[in-house]
Design a protein around this ligand. Structure first.
Ligand SMILES: CCOC(=O)Cn1cc(-c2ncnc(N)c2C#N)cn1
Length: 295
């Protein structure tokens, strides 16, 4: 948290501030696992994921406009000058939008909450899926599985497309969000797969400019807003290893940590080697996707 700025909201990892009529979205180095925000931070994680978002926004600009004005601290308003060093590389100055209150989720692979519903009744957000799918199955076509934003600390609530159309009161907008979400996900999935990373699913947020234009908001296509899987370790039928968080998960569930995920106690701090190995995975994901060396 940056005291001295007009704080609006905080998620597990990021903080949102009002700066004049715009917004500042700041990514911390925090990391979450098993629904806990860990006490250990991953150095540069916020900078790596912000730079990755910016790269994706560039890759997607022909499909959809985005809310970012700049991520260059030297272009930030003068009132932010005292925070330059703290913000460098990890903050996006964004246009303030009228946010659509829907988490626009696209899934190209079945896992997590999508798999849970499927195992119960063969559907995902009410849409029937083929029989015989297992954890990690690649879907013939990506599916749109919207969720209504939950209160801090709770999981978002998956809703059917019809429920979403009803709750937003705008069926035409719901249809556009679905089409846009699937088109953007498909483009990103193809780009990532070409670089050995499976983008299993992702969550977009959209908002509208005063004139009504629909704009891609929030962060996009980071390992925090998406499931990144290493393509060479993909084996449907079991939980896939996370590209970025597997070292953390493995250590936390190993005897070495002395922690039990089923207990209601917060996880212990991570050993330095797990922190550094995890940082290296974020750097690797960034460099493989963008082709740019992280500095
Ligand atoms: C840090 C935790 O909260 C969020 O990032 C989610 N959120 C985004 C907004 C938002 N509101 C207006 N305009 C925008 N451009 C945005 C964006 N992005 C509000 N909450």
């Amino acid at each position: 948290m940056i005291t001295g700025l007009n704080h609006l909201a905080s998620g597990k990892i990021r903080d949102l501030y009002a700066v004049g009529g715009d917004l500042l979205l700041v990514a911390s180095d925090r990391i979450s696992a098993y629904d806990y925000v860990l006490e250990s931070e991953i150095p540069d994680k916020g900078r790596i994921l912000t730079q990755l978002s910016m790269w994706w926004f560039g890759q997607l600009a022909d499909l959809v406009p985005n809310h970012v004005l700049t991520a260059d601290v030297d272009e930030f308003p003068a009132e932010l000058a005292p925070y330059k060093d703290e913000l460098r590389g990890r903050a996006m100055l964004c246009r303030r939008l009228a946010m659509v209150p829907v988490e626009c989720v696209a899934r190209g692979y079945l896992t997590g909450s999508g798999l849970a519903e499927y195992e119960k009744n063969g559907t995902a957000n009410g849409v029937p899926l083929p029989a015989g799918l297992v954890d990690g199955s690649r879907l013939d076509r990506p599916i749109f599985t919207p969720a209504m934003k939950a209160e801090v600390g709770a999981h978002d609530e998956n809703v059917t497309f019809e429920e979403m159309a009803e709750r937003t009161g705008d069926p035409e907008l719901a249809a556009r969000l679905k089409d846009l979400t699937l088109a953007v996900y498909s483009r990103a999935r193809d780009i990532a797969e070409g670089r050995g990373i499976l983008l299993a699913d992702t969550k977009f947020e959209f908002g509208r400019l005063p004139g009504g234009t629909l704009v891609l908001a929030d962060e996009v296509l980071t390992p925090d807003s998406s499931r990144f899987w290493p393509a060479d370790q993909w084996h449907p039928g079991r939980a896939q290893p996370s590209f970025d968080k597997q070292y953390v998960r493995d250590w936390l569930t190993s005897p070495a940590s002395g922690w039990d995920p089923r207990s209601d106690t917060p996880p212990p701090a991570l050993p330095e080697e797990v922190v550094q190995a995890t940082r290296a995975r974020y750097v690797e994901a960034y460099e493989r996707l963008t082709g740019v060396k992280f500095v």
